[in-house]
Structures are given as structure tokens and as C-alpha cells.
Design a protein around this ligand. Structure first.
Ligand SMILES: Nc1nc2c(c(=O)[nH]1)N[C@H]1C(S)=C(S)[C@@H](COP(=O)(O)O)O[C@H]1N2
Ligand SMILES: [Mo]
Length: 371
């Protein structure tokens, strides 16, 4: 494995996620850590439904069965010896941003920081599928975690399925490492699934079973939770591909910016399905609808300006962007960012609403004051 640089700087090791619920533990990435190109593991958001099952690599086994010619059972050492792949991947909870929706749908009240970008290493699931020999009648693969509990009064394990073509995609990984370190317990140690470009509910942690099935899976986390339901204007069905989104990591909310001085507006943008980000635009609005100070004739703060994009960290990582802003007039401002991907999908002006509060990707905004 290539070593991965651990972010340095004041407080880098002290970053801890901001707790949203204690039991099970759910926490979002702190703002300072989100500004890093790669989110440090210790600061990375955590989404657990049932708590963290503990095991060790030496006790861990993965069963591959169901509609296969030759079921197999593999241990950590044997898995780790197979050909590996490394990818930068944005993990975003489908419920990220839910608290921006009105009325607020039920579910964890995530702000906009149930997201992070990490460098994962692992073995493509297809290598094991090839050994086991998926039978022709199979349509999906169900992936199961070691965790279980009660949902809607019924006992259930954490299980999610993928269509065969997604399960067998060369970038769908049985990940063992995150940012160059063996997976941490809260992020699925010793092995988790990573399905780049899909909402992170697909990334089953503490993976213990993969079974090929001949009928679409209807488990609670597939057919009841993590579905777009009662959507206004968007197709209903399971959450799959991550929607185009950007966030602003600098300046921070309520920052004071000096008039006539250049300030840098900065953030990341990402999309799903391996589709690259093509454009990020920034707009500065003030109360009087004034322009952003870049000269006369500005369209009263209603204009979008292209941000400069950094080289992306591969098809599934995020893209850093920046925009240099020199405000001329004092007062409160709202800075907005809007990303567009190579398919032309762009962030909507307002949070798109659905009953469970998924896929919330409105233009990002931060309020600052020019002094
Ligand atoms: N086994 C298991 N895998 C799981 C979950 C879970 O509760 N149990 N939560 C899922 C959800 S909804 C998300 S958003 C991601 C979060 O991954 P992280 O905690 O490593 O950030 O894990 C997914 N994988
Ligand atoms: Mo999630």
C-alpha cells in the first residue's frame, strides 16, 4: 500500500466528530476537518443503526453464498493477499442535510456534514464472485453486516442489496483500509463494502456475508428505509446515486471580511456515479441586492461567477474549488455555491423535499459580514 499522508496542523489529531446521538453513536464531521482534501479518519462522520460490533481480523470470516456454484468462506489474511485497488471516495449519508428541509422529515437531524472523502483500499468484490461463480438466475447480491437490532418492531440485521452489475463493478470494494490505516471499529473494521458513487448506506460495515439472490431483495433497509417516498417532483424509489452537491468550507459562518480586501471562498464539490464535477459557481448577495463588488454594472448580486476547480482526486473523490472575492460595500452578505456535473445536473435553489429527507442538495450558503 502506498502510505497516505495524515493531515497535519494544529488540532489535527484532536478533531473528533460532533455527536448527533449517543446510542447508537452517530456524529458529523467537524467543520475544520471538512476543509481538508482528505477527511481524517478520527473526524469522519459516523452513521450506525445498531451500535458497533467488535471482532478481530483473525476471527473475521466472510461467507459468499446464495445463488452461486461454489459457496466460499474466506478469512482476513486470505482476502488481504488478493489484488487490491485504491480509490478516493466521498461517503455521504443519504440523510445529509435533512434538517434543511421544511417541514423537517423524521430521522436523524443531520446538518450538512454527514459527509467526508477518504482514501480506501480493498479487494474488488468481483474477485470473490468469480471464485464462487454467480449463477445465471441471480439478479442482486445482498450484503450483510454483523450488526442487528429491531426496526419497526421486527428483529433485523443490517442488510442491503446491489444490482448484479453494481456488485460486480471493478470499483466495488471489500475495503480493509481507510487513509492508509486498517479500518477503525466505527467505520466497519475489519472489512466493509465501499460502493463508490452511491449514497453511503450501500457501504455495509462489518461485512460478514454476501449472498446472490434470484429475486429483488425487500429487507427493511432496502424497501422501507432509504427510499425516496412522497417526493415532490422527483421519482420515487430507493436512494442510489449521490446527487451533485457542493459545500463552502471557507469563510466560516459569521466571519468578518474586510471591505476592499480579497477574501478566498473555498469548498468542495462532488457528484455520484463517477460523474465528474464540471463547474462550480459562486454568488455574493447582500441585503440591498448589491453586486459582489467586482466593478460597475454587476447584476445586483444576482450573478454567478465561475470558481477555479482543482484537479479532482479521481472519479469518486471530491473536487476542491476556490473563488477570489473582493467586496466593496460593508454589511451582511450571503455567499452561495452551486455545482454542476458533466451530465448537466446542478444543485437546485431550495432543498428538494421527500418524506424521509434524503438527497438534500440545494445550493450551499454561508452568511458573512463585510466590515
Ligand atoms: N453494518 C452497517 N453498515 C452500515 C450502516 C449500519 O448501520 N450498519 N450504516 C450505513 C449508513 S446509513 C451510512 S451513511 C454509512 C456511514 O459510514 P461511516 O459510519 O463509516 O461514515 O455506513 C453504512 N453502513
Ligand atoms: Mo446513511
Amino acid at each position: 500500500m502506498t502510505p497516505w499522508p495524515i493531515p497535519s496542523g494544529p488540532g489535527a489529531t484532536a478533531w473528533t466528530p460532533e455527536q448527533v446521538t449517543a446510542d447508537p453513536y452517530n456524529a458529523q464531521t467537524p467543520a475544520a476537518a471538512l476543509a481538508e482534501p482528505v477527511t481524517p479518519v478520527g473526524a469522519f462522520f459516523v452513521r450506525d443503526h445498531f451500535g458497533t460490533p467488535r471482532t478481530t481480523p483473525s476471527r473475521w470470516r466472510l461467507r459468499v453464498g446464495g445463488a452461486v456454484a461454489a459457496p466460499l468462506d474466506i478469512g482476513y489474511e486470505e482476502l488481504a493477499a488478493l489484488q487490491r485497488r485504491e480509490l478516493d471516495v466521498v461517503l455521504e449519508c443519504a440523510g445529509n442535510g435533512r434538517s434543511l428541509m421544511t417541514p423537517r422529515p423524521p430521522g436523524l437531524p443531520w446538518g450538512q456534514r454527514a459527509v467526508g472523502c477518504a482514501h480506501f483500499a480493498g479487494v474488488p468484490f468481483r474477485a470473490l464472485a468469480a471464485r464462487a461463480g454467480i449463477e445465471p438466475g441471480a439478479v442482486e447480491v445482498v450484503f450483510a453486516g454483523a450488526d442487528s437490532g429491531t426496526v419497526h418492531g421486527l428483529p433485523t440485521a443490517f442488510e442491503r442489496s446491489l444490482p448484479l452489475e453494481a456488485a460486480l463493478h471493478p470499483d466495488t470494494l471489500l475495503a480493509t483500509h481507510m487513509n492508509g490505516e486498517p479500518l477503525a471499529p466505527e467505520h466497519g473494521a475489519p472489512v466493509r463494502l465501499v460502493v463508490p458513487g452511491r449514497y453511503a448506506v450501500a457501504d455495509v460495515k462489518w461485512l460478514v456475508e454476501a449472498r446472490a439472490v434470484t429475486e429483488p431483495f425487500t429487507g427493511v433497509f432496502q424497501a422501507e428505509e432509504y427510499v425516496y417516498a412522497a417526493s415532490r417532483g422527483i421519482p420515487e424509489g430507493p436512494v442510489t446515486t449521490v446527487r451533485i452537491k457542493s459545500h463552502i468550507t471557507e469563510p466560516e459562518p459569521d466571519a468578518a471580511i474586510r471591505r476592499g480586501h480579497e477574501a478566498v471562498v473555498r469548498g468542495h464539490a462532488w457528484s455520484g456515479g463517477g460523474v465528474p464535477v464540471r463547474r462550480v459557481e459562486v454568488r455574493a448577495e447582500n441585503e440591498e441586492g448589491e453586486g459582489n463588488g467586482e466593478g460597475e454594472g454587476e447584476d445586483c448580486g444576482r450573478e454567478w461567477h465561475d470558481a477555479v476547480l482543482e484537479p479532482s482526486a479521481g472519479p469518486y473523490g471530491w473536487t476542491g474549488w476556490s473563488y477570489r472575492w473582493t467586496p466593496q460595500r460593508p454589511g451582511p452578505y450571503r455567499l452561495l455555491s452551486r455545482a454542476t456535473d458533466a451530465l448537466g445536473d446542478t444543485q437546485p435553489p431550495r432543498a428538494p423535499w421527500n418524506a424521509h429527507g434524503y438527497g438534500c442538495n440545494p445550493v450551499a450558503s454561508v452568511e458573512v459580514v463585510v466590515v
